[in-house]
Ligand binder design. Structure first.
Ligand code: DER
Length: 224
């Protein structure tokens, strides 16, 4: 469908930024599926790189596409990370976590010298917050954290999948927090991070260097 075409175009364009010898942070989500597929093709054509996956799902796709993998036991910095996003504002602040991988994504994305975000144009917003902000929390006492986060002015819901509580790759829970508009993303992030039981938030700021945007019949590239 039209959105997948945009995601595919953006993902394939992002793969062009990967050069021989790089260690790459591999993001998560359906846009990243197309980047990984294109990267696998380049590996088959002789590109020599190694990737660190930001979720078990991405790891499985990378193996399926023949992308060599490494880990943080072997490397402590990445040349480039590529990842999707749920919202991108004009300052390149992001909301991420729609797929539930935000903690590993932020660890991988922050470890990279250069960070590229790949989205279809439906993700571009003037202000963050329409998309419910995912917050990864420790499962013990999550109800207390939910209550405290709601005091900041949102509706927080425990994420479920098929009626079961969603458990992240790190054995935590996710609260999806509907703020509608987030005027000061950095301030909100720091307030959340100070809360006992909060592991990480889906607010990514001061990280993104380049945004690759799939549009109707072109791919646009914006640099910070
Ligand atoms: O969960 C995430 O952070 C993903 O990167 C997500 O935000 C992007 O998902 P999509 O590419 O499937 O829209």
């Amino acid at each position: 469908n039209q959105v997948d075409f945009k995601k595919k175009a953006a993902g394939e364009k992002a793969a062009e930024y990967i050069q021989d010898g790089m260690v790459i942070g591999l993001g998560s989500g359906s846009t990243m599926y197309w980047m990984l597929k294109a990267l696998g093709q380049k590996v088959r054509e002789g590109l020599s790189i190694q990737g660190i996956p930001s979720s078990i799902k991405t790891e499985n796709w990378a193996r399926e596409f023949g992308i060599p993998l490494t880990n943080f036991e072997k490397v402590n910095r990445l040349d480039l990370a590529i990842d999707g996003a749920d919202e991108v504002d004009p300052h390149f602040n992001l909301i991420k976590g729609g797929g539930g991988s935000l903690l590993r994504e932020k660890i991988v994305d922050q470890a990279a010298d250069h960070f590229i975000v790949v989205v279809d144009d439906s993700k571009l917003v003037d202000e963050l917050g329409a998309f419910p902000l995912p917050v990864e929390v420790v499962s013990f006492g999550w109800q207390l954290v939910k209550y405290r986060i709601e005091q900041l002015g949102c509706q927080a819901e425990l994420r479920k999948r098929n009626g079961e509580v969603f458990v992240t790759n790190n054995q935590n829970y996710i609260l999806d927090c509907q703020f509608n508009v987030i005027k000061k993303p950095e301030e909100l992030h720091h307030k959340l991070k100070q809360m006992l039981g909060v592991v990480e938030t889906g607010l990514f700021f001061n990280m993104t260097d380049r945004v690759i945007i799939g549009k109707d019949n072109e791919v646009k590239i914006q640099e910070r």
